[in-house]
Design a protein. Sequence first.
Length: 181
Amino acid sequence: MAVHDVRPDLLQAQAAALGLTLHRIPIPSPCPNAVYEAAIADFMARAKHKGITHAAFGDLFLEDIRRYRERQFAAMGVELLFPLWGLPTRSLAEEMTAGGLRAWITCVDPRQAPREWAGALFDSDFVRRIPEGVDACGERGEFHTFAFAGPMFRAPLATRVGEVTERDGFVYADVLSCAAC
């Protein structure tokens, strides 16, 4: 499984539907931070050798995460982009879902959000029901998503939610590819 327990084949299908190349960086689980940082540095060195000059992040407002990324990439010689930085997250979630973005909630931290959200559809109705105190984009790790449809996709991915499980203090929804959804 890949980040937030999304299956690698779904990440590949998502990248293809977006017209992007997926670069997988293998890391062990659990992964000590030094191993993670070394894997990222190695990947970026190879990417820079191939002409990559920028790295973009979807971070929204967590200053400590941004500073960490800036420190981590400082010696790599690439420019960092934070195109969503500082945007109001509820408005952003409303705009994205009004524009057609659809995603499955793949992981929930039940200390911050209702465990029942695992496997829920992230759409306009869901965003309207997010209570005060929970970030509408899950920026503090309240939840994580897997986008499968929206204006950026060449075609929506046929997916469905499978089993919902709990482990290591989180609730995970297994998203499955399906030909007849």
